[in-house]
Write a protein that binds this ligand. Sequence first.
Ligand SMILES: [Fe+2]
Length: 302
Amino acid sequence: MPTITPLAETTGASLGAVVTDVKLGSMTEGEWKAIEDAFHAHAALVCPGQHLSDEEQVAFGERFGEIEMLRGDGKKFAMISNKAADGHVLTAEEKRFQTLRGNEGWHTDSSYMPLAAKASCLAALVVPKTAGETALADMRDAYDKLDDAMKAKIENLSAYHSLYASQAKAGFVFKTGEGYGFHTQGMPLRPLVKVHPVTGRKSLFIGRHAWRVPGMDDADAQKLLDELLDFAVQPSRTYAHQWQPGDVMIWDNRCVLHRACPYDYSEPRVMRHVRVAGDPASELAETAPDERADGFEPVAAQ
Ligand SMILES: [Fe+2]
């Protein structure tokens, strides 16, 4: 059976566990149950030395749920790389580079889509000599540690999430169709306090894609969101994974923020990404027109 070692015992972080003594590509049902339970208990799993194939990583993701399709060719994984197909290192002007840089801000995947993601799984293929970590932050602990006045203030507040808005804030203007997430389905409205659909635990649901709060002017909303984020990502509830090739990490987007850490961009960094779609019962949100998008066509399911 897998050995599950909470990061609390080694780094002191309030989330995450290291998983050893299991092959994620060929688990028994009993091993899978232990992994799933650990995922819900710790919100993130670090699995060193797995060296999964494309198919094995997709199959691992599918144990958690349906895969969110990030690309148009039917493949259920996406490569996150600072090199283009022809081998050149992406330049600052290229949209893909700007997307990578944007991901250095704390966020949760697909909160800007009508259906937010359940989980994200990264596997390291090529890593820089130093830095380039993926950092995680525990939004369960962040919510728990808010003072009562702040808990009361945000209890009934929600925020609109937009990738157009977060990229613009980072200095990168995108148009509709210039990459995954730049869509016309509108910006979803999501509560700042999220109740986890499995554990029932409350967490802060914020991050760089959150930008407008109904009932507040945009500057005040940004100030509140910045204040919450600063509090939420204090070191006691964060963990930065220094990658080795073959490592796999999966986290629960419903209660974890993450970000890519900078590195020497002249060195290659290649990660394989599988994103697990949220359950519509808990992750599908109503949307409103996004002023930066080229149109508004809300999805029929709403
Ligand atoms: Fe991400």
